[in-house]
Design a protein. Sequence first.
Length: 246
Amino acid sequence: MKIDIIGDIHGCKVEFIELLKALGYISDAGVYRHPNGRKLGLVGDLTDRGPDSIGVVRMVSQLVENGNAYYVPGNHCNKLYRFLLGNKVQQTHGLETTVAELDALSTKDQQCFRTKFISLYENAPLYQVLDNKRLIIAHAGLKKEFIGQQGNKVKTFVLYGDITGEFHPNGMPIRRDWAQSYDGDAWIVYGHTPVREVRVVNKTANIDTGAVFGGKLSALRYPEMETVSVESSMPFVKEKFRELWD
Ligand SMILES: [Mn+2]
């Protein structure tokens, strides 16, 4: 199978469309598809912080419904889902921007968005195993021993990464670099932790190049393992890129 896996979009709809075009996707009245039948893989965190979270969800929802995309949820998707269910969640870390977009919609459009997103989220697996188990997409990655497993430990890992429960002095959660010890046969393609360039370690690829923090929106073309990126129009936020910490 041929698939273009795209990292965390976070409401950057303009960059998303530009990347789809750069990858050769064509729009038929706003519905994107690839003339050679390539599929999209979306590793979650569609919303929050960027300018058009609702527009990105609408596009992805349609792509998944038409069978042109595989989607797995990220931690921001999980939080928006809990918000839409009516749970008490803190409107911070970018959720406040998505909620502001929602508040600006008519009641009917709010209901429509809610139904769409809940359906997208509930129909998504924690991670997708593709191409005869040769490729896995998961928001924050997956350890070899979790492949084929479900449950809360796996859910926490795919949503938040290999966290310790401790924090850096700047308030960011400590995340272990699980990719360094990954020795599985399947490629694990993931996002969640912004890096300046797509980072390949063992058979893992971090494709979150920080679009919403002024980096790039990137796609990894599988099986070619080529990267295609577009520059972000957002202001650069140096402290969001761990490799740039002093
Ligand atoms: Mn994330």
